[in-house]
Each structure stands twice: as structure tokens, then as C-alpha cells.
Design a protein around this ligand. Structure first.
Ligand code: BGC
Length: 418
């Protein structure tokens, strides 16, 4: 179906249902709760808003500022508890299943089946979108978390190559620090600490260790010497961050790399959306490389629809689900957002070199068994367990706690959260 073919002014919406085009004399409505509020994010979500409007829909925006989605999660809970759920909300990973178990999600299997989602999505992504065999969410993209972003000019001026081991990273940071440059741009929010932490777990421990520690929550892995070494590296990294990082948003940290105030940022590829929105080019103004070590940490954004009464809202949910999985949206949105499409049949020709690397590495990691869910971005664990880990990571990063004490606290916190 060609979405653009429908006139925006049309009050008659046509939506797909049960494989057939059904005509309905309602204007599809959607109130959409999301947390895409930075420059690159806002540009990306505008693609969806425009497509929704072009198909006769009325979009009510409910953006909740705060990277990583913690504030959005709180806002969503308040809305659902007060019996006023939004039509759709940006949620992902195991929390989709948590909401499903509360009995508040709408079943979007009709749209999914009519549009062959089962064949268009990799099994690993499809499994996150299904609840008890029905489709309960629609995937937007695949973000990779384990990336380092660098200011190309600063690296060249200081004869630094992109680091391929954590020792090389530390050596580069020492050189930069001696030259009076902030080595690592970082913000002061717990989820940003968790983002860096999980890349260090993957890099120093390897994919099997990551799986045991942050997916299986194996007490032996959590309490191991490897985990002590991970916290040692976190302490080292803390020394490369400037003093004003408290409370800083992730996109302001990206801006520091962009403006030449800092050399590196460790952040998922939504950071690339910021560079691109500012007109910067990969390989020219900024450089991307995966963080040291093997593997790929994936983070899939998705929307779930909430049980809301009324024909117009139901039509809005169907239209939204269909558009999000549409090939045009998956291409245009992800080019802006920094991610790659969730659908496997969208050509990446027009995508930049970082996206090409992401796609190739994802395929190789999937074959090699090192494609792993990001714990820091809600793909691996239920909220309580992820929160227990993040509390320890951030308490350690923001104090002079020893690595041994952090490891002890980590094993206790995880045990108490089960
Ligand atoms: C989301 C991204 C978002 C980032 C910063 C991540 O958890 O998956 O879509 O851009 O947080 O808010």
C-alpha cells in the first residue's frame, strides 16, 4: 500500500484489517507517549507524525523529556493507573511482557498477520514483540549500544587511532588529558553510567560473561574477579570525565564531542542522530567504532498499543502499527535516528558507513552467538533487576567506593531483587 496516496484532508481513513482493506468513516486518532525529545530524536519522530497525518490520522504528541526513558516509564505508569492510558507508548524488551501481564495491552495480531511481520523480522526481534503467541508491540529499529564516538580532528591532531582494547582507550585518554582535552564526554544520569558499564562488561568479560552476568544474573559471574576488573575500569573512566558532568543530558555530552570540547563519548547510536542533525558526517567530522571487545549489544525501540475504547483510537492503533513497520518509515526514520531498520528487507544503500558496520556486525554476531540484549536499555531484564544493578553502578561511579565493595553490593542487590 502506498501511504502517500491518501489525501491528508480525507476524513475517511482506510486501514488494513484481517488482510483486507477496510473502509471506516472515522479519523484515526493516536495519543503517543514517547521520549524522543533531543534534536536528532525529534527530527526522527516527526517522520512518523507526518506519515500519520498524511494518512488522515490525528496525532496527539505526549513527549516526556529524559533520555533512556525512565521519566517516560513513570509518566506511563501514572496514566495507566489512573485509567487513562495513552493510545500507544514507546516501551520495549521485557517491560512489554510486564505490561501484557497486567492485562492492559491491545492485541495487534490482525495488522501483524495481514502484513507478514513474522517473515519480515529476525526471530530475535519478533520474540520481543509477541506475548503468549499474539503480537503485542511493533518494532521501530535496532540501535546498537556498544559504540565509541570520536571527534575526528582531535584524534588526528593528537596522533590517536580509535582504540581497539580498553588499555588502548586508557592510553589515548591519558595522552588527551596531558594535552588539556577532556577525554570522555559523559552525562550525569544513572542510565548513562549503566550504558558505559555494560560495554565494559562485554569488552573485558567477553560475550559469555556478559550473558551470564547481565542476562542470566549468575551469582558467580556477578561476584567474580572479572567483575572487580570491570569496576576498576569504571573508576579509571571516571577520571577521564570533566567535573561538570552531574545532571548533564546525553545529547549535551554528544555536543561536547561535536564542538571539540571532548574527544570521545561511549553511547548508543542515537548519538549519531545528533551528529547528523547538526550536519556532521561520519568519517569526516566524527568517527564511530564499536567499543573494545567482541559482540553486539542490541536495543530495539518499539511501540505497544494500550486497550483504549473507541473506534477512532482503535483505527489509530492499526494505522500506527502498520506505518511503523512500513518500509518507507523504517528507512527514513532510521536514517535520521542513527539506528538500522528492524525489517530485514530494507536496503541499506542510502545509509551511512556506521549503519553499514552495525548491520554487518549484527549479522556476524548473530551467527557467532554474541548478539546480546542491552541490560541498560531495557532489553535483557525486568525493571526491578535492571534497576538494582544500575543503582550499584551509579553509586560506585559517583563515590570512592572500592571495586570489591561494589561487587559485593551488586551480588546482594541482585539477590534481593529476585
Ligand atoms: C532509546 C533511544 C533513545 C535513547 C536516548 C534509548 O533507550 O532506545 O531511542 O534515543 O534511549 O533517550
Amino acid at each position: 500500500m502506498k501511504y502517500g496516496a491518501f489525501a491528508m484532508a480525507s476524513a475517511i481513513a482506510i486501514v488494513a484489517a484481517n488482510g483486507a482493506l477496510a473502509e471506516s468513516h472515522v479519523t484515526p486518532e493516536a495519543e503517543v507517549l514517547h521520549y524522543w525529545t533531543s534534536g536528532g530524536e525529534a527530527k526522527s519522530v516527526a517522520v512518523l507524525q507526518e506519515e500519520f497525518a498524511a494518512n488522515g490520522g490525528t496525532w496527539t504528541d505526549m513527549p516526556v523529556a529524559g533520555g533512556g526513558g525512565d521519566a517516560a516509564g513513570t509518566a506511563l505508569r501514572a496514566r495507566v493507573l489512573s485509567g487513562n492510558a495513552p493510545t500507544a507508548a514507546q516501551i520495549k524488551g521485557p517491560s512489554i511482557q510486564e505490561w501484557y501481564q497486567e492485562g492492559v495491552l491491545a492485541d495487534i495480531s490482525d495488522v501483524a498477520e495481514a502484513n507478514n511481520w513474522g517473515e519480515l523480522l529476525p526471530a530475535s526481534i519478533a520474540s520481543h514483540m509477541k506475548c503468549d503467541g499474539t503480537w503485542c508491540a511493533v518494532p521501530v529499529n535496532v540501535h546498537r549500544v556498544d559504540w565509541i564516538w570520536a571527534n575526528t580532528e582531535i584524534l588526528a591532531a593528537n596522533n590517536i587511532e580509535m582504540p581497539t582494547t580498553w588499555d588502548e582507550f586508557n592510553a589515548a585518554a591519558e595522552t588527551l588529558q596531558a594535552a588539556g582535552i577532556i577525554p570522555l564526554a559523559h552525562g550525569g544520569q544513572a542510565w548513562q553510567d549503566a550504558t558505559v558499564f555494560e560495554t565494559v562488561v562485554l569488552g573485558l568479560g567477553g560475550p559469555d560473561f556478559y550473558q551470564k552476568a547481565l542476562v542470566d544474573l549468575d551469582p558467580e559471574a556477578l561476584g567474580s574477579d572479572t567483575m572487580v576488573a570491570v569496576f576498576d575500569q569504571m573508576r579509571t573512566l571516571r577520571g577521564y570525565v570533566d567535573d561538570n558532568f552531574s545532571g548533564r543530558d546525553w545529547n549535551l555530552a554528544t555536543a561536547m564531542v561535536m564542538n571539540g570540547e571532548a574527544a570521545f563519548q561511549i553511547m548508543g547510536d542515537w548519538a549519531k542522530g545528533e551528529f547528523l542533525a547538526a550536519g556532521q558526517e561520519p568519517g569526516v567530522d566524527f568517527t564511530c567504532a564499536s567499543t573494545p571487545g567482541e559482540g553486539f549489544l542490541y536495543n530495539v525501540d518499539s511501540f505497544a498499543m494500550f486497550e483504549v475504547g473507541g473506534e477512532a483510537k482503535e483505527a489509530g492503533q492499526e494505522l500506527l502499527a502498520e506505518l511503523v513497520m512500513g518500509p518507507t518509515f523504517q528507512e527514513v526514520f532510521n536514517m535520521n535516528k542513527g539506528s538500522i531498520p528492524a525489517r530485514t528487507d530494507v536496503a541499506l544503500d542510502g545509509f551511512d558507513s556506521c549503519a553499514q558496520t552495525s548491520s554487518a556486525d549484527m549479522a556476524a554476531s548473530s551467527d557467532g552467538g554474541s548478539l546480546l540484549p542491552s541490560y541498560a536499555h531495557g532489553m535483557a531484564l525486568f525493571g526491578a533487576q535492571a534497576g538494582a544493578i544500575t543503582d550499584v553502578v551509579t553509586a560506585h561511579f559517583n563515590s570512592d567506593m572500592s571495586s570489591e565493595d561494589a561487587v559485593q553490593m551488586l551480588t546482594d542487590a541482585v539477590a534481593n531483587s529476585m
